[in-house]
Design a protein around this ligand. Structure first.
Ligand code: LLP
Length: 463
């Protein structure tokens, strides 16, 4: 996504440096509802509140940095996805985006299924009471121990990712005396990114079994021949933070083509297809994500059309949104520390977290928004780079943004849309203590993942 440099300098420079930023919002105190969770608003004093609680109280009670997750928004998004896809489709929340026992309970209550991709995620899901038959187990290199546990627990499906795994899962299932429901993950030849999709250079990656050279058809042949497996369908996941449905269109068409080939060769109509996750969210005001009902309609129209053309019964569709459910429901709250104005460049605003609680900016050049949330300000906008406290110059949380020029140490600022892939990818770099996740709902806040302590660090360090 390219954004134009702001033409005029509000402060510190007559001409602002090149960068990927839009002009500052007309009112820096305004909260764009696209990027903030649904119960976020400002109270009469100008402080940001979530679930009816002001950030100053949250900071006092839970400290900073911390992630605050808007539980009613999370639940509403689960329901919106489930309602949009209806009873003839399945929504699997992708736990890799963020998983905790509370989240598993919310998903269970709201009727969603769960995609896990490691033994740790599986343990969390089962421990919190997600029925095993509602769990899909993913991964390109599941260990034998993980497969044993998944089969033993009775997970609803295992998504097979390689020829070796087809045999491995079949053997383990046979040993358990069951036929394990499985899907085969295929690589459809579409690599989707925001606003674009590239139909080349796609087989060169570690996931799935390629459609193009007949490998996927061969995988189906083998899976159908093994007693331990009940092949229920085909799975495709094309990428992340996707806004354009064109990639899904190509993917669905190719998956349906494979189902037609399977029908012609084996006389079997596989009953399900999974189109994966990857739907985009708004990180900044420039992003325009689609609503779940639009996505559901687009996907089901594509699949229905392709199946009619191939004279196939329309399979049951499943999807695996992670980011689109949890991403917009949380923000990270930081306290402002040192502020360094660099004349002619920008002002570096250091916060008490950084790349250990949000690696996405450093890793993917991800864009985020930021706002002063402990108060409002009428000061003019100042171009800032929000950086962390780690020993690395790439430790950037928000690369280019505008904050009020009277920003001072001790102010609270918040970065919205950090619900997905921030806590789940958090690290202990520089022995940082990973921040807590606090769920806020109807005037109550409770810790669902506690802050790490120095004792936690020392407990692992056994000398
Ligand atoms: N299903 C499968 C098979 C996946 O591999 C993924 C994500 C999803 C579903 C969920 O995708 P979502 O709806 O959350 O985009 N760490 C990266 C994202 C990696 C996604 C990996 N797979 C990031 O922070 O952007």
């Amino acid at each position: 996504m390219s954004r134009s440099a702001h033409p005029a300098g509000p402060r510190h420079a007559d001409v602002l440096p090149e960068g990927h930023y839009s002009a500052p919002a007309a009112d820096l105190n305004a909260l764009d509802e696209k990027v903030w969770s649904r119960t976020v608003t400002r109270d009469a004093d100008g402080a940001l509140t979530v679930g009816g609680i002001a950030v100053a109280r949250l900071a006092e009670e839970f400290g900073t940095p911390a992630y605050f997750l808007d539980e009613s928004d999370f639940r509403a998004r689960c329901r919106a996805w489930a309602d949009a896809f209806g009873p003839d489709a399945d929504v699997f929340y992708a736990g890799k985006a963020f998983l905790s026992r509370a989240v598993v309970r919310w998903l269970t209550e709201e009727g969603l299924n769960l995609d896990v991709c490691s033994g740790g995620e599986l343990t969390t899901a089962l421990d919190a009471g997600m029925p095993a038959e509602r769990i899909a187990f993913h991964g390109n290199n599941k260990t034998v121990a993980e497969i044993e546990r998944a089969v033993g627990a009775g997970v609803g499906r295992i998504v097979l990712d390689s020829f070796q795994e087809i045999v491995r899962v079949a053997h383990i299932a046979q040993r358990h005396g069951i036929r394990q429901r499985v899907q085969i993950r295929v690589t459809v030849g579409v690599e989707a990114h925001t606003h674009e999709f590239i139909a080349t250079a796609h087989e060169d990656q570690k996931f799935g079994i390629a459609l193009a050279d007949g490998q996927a058809a061969e995988a189906v042949r083998r899976a159908l021949s093994l007693d331990g497996l009940d092949l229920i369908g085909v799975h495709s996941h094309i990428g992340s933070q996707i806004f354009d449905m064109a990639g899904f269109e190509v993917s669905a068409r190719r998956v349906v083509q494979l189902l037609a080939e399977v029908r012609d060769e084996h006389g079997v109509e596989l009953p399900e297809i999974d189109l994966g996750g990857g739907l985009g969210i708004a990180y900044t005001s420039d992003d325009d994500p689609r609503e779940p009902h639009e996505i559901a309609k687009a996907l089901s129209d594509i699949v229905t059309r392709e199946c009619e053309a191939a004279k196939l019964r329309t399979p049951r569709i499943s999807v695996e949104p992670g980011r689109a459910i949890v991403g917009p429901t949380a923000f990270t709250l930081y306290e402002v520390g040192t502020i360094k104005p660099l004349e002619g460049l920008r002002t570096y605003v250091s916060v008490d977290g950084g790349m250990s609680d949000n690696i996405r900016t450093a890793l993917y050049d991800a864009e985020y928004s930021v706002a002063l949330v402990s108060r409002t300000s009428d000061a003019e906008p100042m171009l800032v780079r929000v950086v962390g406290k780690h020993c690395e110059s790439g430790d950037i949380v928000v690369k280019d943004a505008f904050l009020p020029a009277d920003l001072a140490p001790g102010d609270l600022i918040a970065v919205p849309a950090t619900g997905a892939y921030c806590r789940s990818m958090a690290s202990n770099y520089n022995h940082a203590l990973r921040p807590p996740v606090v769920a806020v709902r109807d005037g109550e806040a409770r810790v669902i993942v506690r802050r790490e302590t120095e004792e936690d660090l020392l407990r692992l360090d056994v000398g």
